[in-house]
Design a protein around this ligand. Structure first.
Ligand SMILES: [Zn+2]
Length: 229
């Protein structure tokens, strides 16, 4: 997915038959709010954009979901952690990883990149580059906590699953995963992406913080704020 291209956007309600317009992103008005729907090979997502306390009469409710098929084997996540530990120990550097889907198997790639203690950026961005084909992208924050920084929000503007590993050089490393859909974001449990057991040793920051949904686009404007002043 080209991070700089504008998505084709569709609009529908849950009273319609679900769109088959080929839109990259479809907004759905449902009985319980507004959702964003999108699919790409291996990923299907329906994420909340705006939940309504009031029932939108006449429309069925929706339950959001993420399907990634199959989930990525645990061994590949452990390999990411090991390489992140090495980068942290050797140069206190961040490091970037891509997951590609090859037929039915997931492949882990470490793209050519520039690395320093607060950033890691791929050096190849064309349509044949690893970055372009990555379905899942993870980077390490070395010894720092796992969270999506402002730089991450500026970089992660496409449609894919993004992740951060933090405190990698400890016995309790952190992981945070999210679906990014053209700057609509939804923090998701790591176990929805990776085939890991419920008591997997990493601290799942998304789960601890309530798996929020939010936008990294322009801040929300309160239209009622100055209406009656
Ligand atoms: Zn980051």
């Amino acid at each position: 997915m080209n991070e700089t291209s504008k998505p084709l956007i569709g609009y529908a309600t849950t009273a319609d038959s679900l769109p088959s317009s080929g839109s990259a992103l479809t907004y759905l008005l449902a009985g319980n709010g507004i959702f964003a729907s999108a699919t790409r090979p291996s990923i299907e997502v329906l994420m909340p954009v705006c939940l309504s306390n009031q029932r939108i009469k006449g429309l069925p409710r929706l339950t959001p979901y993420l399907n990634i098929t199959p989930r990525i084997p645990k061994e590949l996540l452990l390999e990411v952690w090991r390489s992140s530990c090495n980068a942290c120990t050797e140069s206190n550097a961040e490091i970037l990883f891509h997951f590609h889907k090859q037929d039915t198997e997931w492949e882990l790639h470490t793209p050519k990149q520039t690395q320093n203690p607060t950033s890691c950026q791929p050096t190849e961005l064309g349509s044949h580059a690893s970055h372009y084909q990555a379905v899942v992208e993870i980077h390490s924050h070395a010894a720092m906590p796992a969270f999506f920084s402002r730089t991450d929000n500026e970089d992660e503007t496409g449609f894919r699953i993004y992740g951060v590993l933090g405190r990698v050089n400890t016995t309790k490393p952190e992981i945070q995963m999210r679906v990014g859909l053209f700057q609509h974001c939804w923090n998701i449990p790591a176990k929805t992406v990776f085939d890991i057991e419920p008591d997997f040793f990493m601290t799942d920051v998304s789960v601890l913080s309530g798996c929020q949904f939010y936008s990294t686009d322009l801040p929300h404007a309160n239209v009622l704020e100055s209406l009656w002043s």
